[in-house]
Design a protein around this ligand. Structure first.
Ligand SMILES: Nc1ncnc2c1ncn2[C@@H]1O[C@H](COP(=O)(O)OP(=O)(O)O)[C@@H](O)[C@H]1O
Ligand SMILES: [Mg+2]
Length: 256
């Protein structure tokens, strides 16, 4: 599904003061494309994703998917995954995944679909486990399955692996790629991890803050799966870092 973001802006009012969270965002995302977005905390990344998912509305501009304007959330069109897995702690893995499924699906179909998605995210054998019995990476796999079960045409990921350790993170990135190869879901990935952005994205969008704007877009023309230790990868990493640190707004003690 293609996503078109045209002149999107979002202003919040805090005690009658205007806060321009994002301004003049223009981005055209092709069907089956993966776009990574990097930027400092507060530059409006989550605001943009919420608008694309229909959970929030722009103050100006339009977001459309396959030519239709988005006005409200639709789980069948756009799925969203957050940093915290947001699972029900009292429900098993399979119940949490089933909960994501839209109404109007027969019992037998529900059961089958839940099983398929447990397999898709590699959690076979953990159907009856509770979230407290799972690692952070496994919980995010459950979130992925719960969102993917409606076969959304686009998947928005808001720092989905930010709370995971480096090794789990890498295995989750591979998992996302495996799912993308199978489903060809259009994806937008917000991350503060530049390697993750380059490893997964067809393009890396660099945003700056106050107001949140697109600074530049770096295309990633490396074949997949990408080798993080390659020279070509290092060249792109340098390019994105330089875009990041070129901006005067960034405090010198800011770590990314
Ligand atoms: N619901 C809201 N009400 C008021 N201000 C908000 C709201 N959501 C976000 N903001 C403000 O908008 C700016 C962008 O926030 P956000 O989109 O969360 O940034 P990011 O995800 O890049 O860290 C921040 O200054 C934040 O305080
Ligand atoms: Mg955010």
């Amino acid at each position: 599904m293609a996503i078109s973001i045209d002149n999107v802006g979002r202003i919040f009012f805090i005690n009658q003061a205007e806060l321009v969270a994002i301004r003049d965002i223009n981005l055209q995302i092709e069907d089956a494309e993966i776009v990574s977005i990097v930027g400092l905390s507060g530059c409006g990344k989550s605001t943009l994703l919420k608008i694309i998912s229909g959970l929030d509305h722009p103050t100006s501009g339009v977001v459309s998917i396959d030519g239709r304007e988005i006005t409200k959330p639709s789980h069948k069109d756009v799925g969203i995954i957050f940093q915290e897995s947001r699972l029900f702690p009292w429900s098993t893995v399979e119940r949490n995944i089933e909960f994501g499924l839209s109404n109007g699906v027969s019992r037998a179909e529900r059961k089958q679909s839940v099983q398929e998605h447990i397999k898709l995210v590699g959690l076979t054998g953990f159907e009856k486990a509770l979230p407290s019995q799972l690692s952070g990476g496994m919980k995010q796999r459950v979130s992925l399955a719960r969102t993917l079960i409606n076969r959304p045409k686009a998947l928005l990921l808001d720092e989905p692996f930010g709370a995971l350790d480096a090794f789990t993170k890498i295995s989750m990135q591979k998992e996302v790629l495996r799912i993308w190869e199978k489903e060809k879901t259009t994806m937008i990935l917000v991350t503060h991890d530049i390697d993750e952005a380059i490893y997964l994205g067809d393009r890396v969008v660099v945003m700056t803050a106050k107001p949140g704007k697109i600074k530049t877009i770096v295309p990633v023309q490396l074949p997949r799966p990408r080798d993080r230790t390659s020279v070509d990868f290092a060249i792109l990493r340098k390019e994105v870092y330089e875009e990041f640190f070129e901006s005067d707004e960034i405090p010198t003690d800011y770590s990314i």
